[in-house]
Write a new protein. Structure first.
Length: 256
């Protein structure tokens, strides 16, 4: 059951020791990008995001995964970045223009070797295949920053101005670098709950997003279920007011 984060909506997971400083790291999700809604004014829309103040990284952003949905030189790209402790030069890797098509379901996965600030140690997979050409491959400066004081945001950023006005579901992240075979399984199975089968001892968070029926809008404070062993509490919010996240009937995946 995908969710759309129009307006300033998001799922927020409070800072917790097992969410923080997750290195190595992998994240997987299904998404359908859209140019409608608040993302139109900010060009990039949040998928998974961590940031805040008082942490040992520079440039505000700790870990983030974005999709670019606005016409331009970076239209339809996936970007992974991580803030560092020295200078404003973050670790960043971004696919080339047109990697993501609006209105079409796409499986996205990113992996990041433990503690590395080298861009080539980040891999982005689109529909199970490692991206071959990158538009941005930027090494970080210093070390990866710690994000202990940061909440985790799904579908938006901490300022609530980059809502993902497309659809997201089956978002999961691991304290491990997934293999090509594992990424292939996540993409090719077309079945929900596959993240539970992938390195379960390293699965940090997994939100299948099954709570809302079709076209049902969330209510402030609704709980979204984390199916990982950590059982984090994800709360719906609309940080700047306006529309709450909304559900959509399942379109791409079947239930086991």
């Amino acid at each position: 059951m995908p969710y759309s984060f129009t307006g300033s909506g998001a799922i927020v997971i409070s800072s917790n020791q097992t969410v923080n400083n997750v290195w190595p790291f992998s994240v997987s999700c299904w998404l359908m990008a859209s140019t409608r809604g608040s993302a139109e004014s900010s060009a990039i829309a949040g998928i998974l995001f961590k940031a805040g103040s008082g942490n040992t990284f520079v440039g505000v952003v700790a870990m983030n995964l974005f999709v670019n949905v606005i016409t331009g030189s970076n239209f339809g790209t996936i970007r992974y970045a991580y803030g560092t402790t020295a200078g404003a030069t973050v670790l960043a890797r971004e696919t080339t223009r047109g990697t993501i098509e609006t209105g079409r379901w796409t499986h996205v996965c990113a992996t990041h070797l433990s503690g590395s600030i080298t861009a080539t140690d980040v891999k982005i997979y689109i529909n199970g295949t490692e991206n071959a050409v990158y538009g941005v491959s930027q090494n970080g400066v210093g070390k990866l920053g710690r994000d202990d004081l940061c909440n985790l945001y799904i579908g938006n950023v901490n300022s609530f101005v980059r809502a993902n006005s497309g659809w997201i579901e089956e978002i999961a992240w691991w304290n491990a670098v997934l293999t090509q075979d594992e990424v292939t399984l996540l993409n090719s199975s077309r079945t929900k709950h596959i993240p539970l089968m992938i390195q379960p001892s390293n699965l940090i968070g997994y939100f299948s997003m099954n709570e809302f029926p079709d076209n049902r809008q969330g209510v402030l404070g609704d709980s979204i279920v984390d199916m990982s062993p950590n059982r984090f509490v994800g709360l719906l919010t609309n940080g700047l007011g306006g529309a709450m996240p909304i559900g959509l009937a399942e379109q791409v995946l079947s239930y086991p």
